[in-house]
Design a protein around this ligand. Sequence first.
Ligand code: BV8
Ligand code: ZN
Length: 248
Amino acid sequence: MNTGFSDELIRRLRAAQRVVVLTGAGISAESGVPTFRAPDGLWSKFKPEELANMEAFLRNPALVWQWYQHRRDILETVKPNPGHETLAEMERHYPDFIIYTQNVDGLHQRAGSRRVAELHGNISRCRCTTCLQIIQEIDRGQDGIPRCPCGGMARPDVVWFGEMLPEGMMEQGYRDVAAADVFMVIGTSGVVYPAASLATLASRSEAYCIEINTEPSALSDAMDAVLIGPSGEVLPALWREVAPQLHF
Ligand code: BV8
Ligand code: ZN
């Protein structure tokens, strides 16, 4: 039964050897992780410039930590959804499959995905602003600001606005996109750079580009196929149609 996926889309996904995926906050929405730019999203109460940057942190570390601790607390209560799980299944099927995620929630790894490039870091990790080491256990100082054993202030190990992405990760992303048969962009508004440039590069490469989003994004016009719907439903339905032999 054709669930609205074009024959070309199915054919491309069946024939693909190399698949590159870019994900954003939308793929974690059905797990209960709030997105950024939705009306009730994370930014609705605060503005990025107020929180997700070094100046805000140095100006008011306790407020920034309060916001991150709130998000870390949410992550204790959520789990991967069928969208994350389908991508983990797809990785096991394709010879070459990698996810570049803007998300800092670690849900792809918890769903079983092994090749995950965290473009914007991971909120469950902390690093010291003085000696830069990664801190596993953070003790909450009396001022609400976790400290490193060296005494330095700890910060979440995420990439803030104005900060560079992990060394070499975008270069590797551009190489992967240039060699991809299929590129999928899932659950991102496509407004944050340089992450979104993986999609704009893909649209100019040989890759067949597929977007999954609950509404059109800044990237939609450049895509070959735009599937409107929640990724937790669209991805499993799509995968069942592409690889029925895997779904007995
Ligand atoms: C850098 C980590 C430079 C922290 C984040 C002007 C123009 C262009 C660019 C810039 C500019 N001014 C500044 C810049 C650069 C800036 C930028 O892009 N700003 C934007 C906002 C204009 N970028 C940077 O600063 C980057 N660094 O450029 O450094 C530099 C150069 C040299 C030397 C030094 C420095 C760093 C950017 C990283 C910032 N960190 N997060 C944290 O998480 O706290 S960004 C943050 O936004 C998250 O990572 C998030 O993932 C990301 C993108 O948002 P989305 O994931 O797309 O989430 P959003 O809510 O927007 O959208 C959700 C989508 O899902 C929607 O489309 C929705 O429809 C859809 N959806 C919802 N539910 C579902 C769904 N889809 C499917 N299923 C569902 N169920
Ligand atoms: Zn330290």
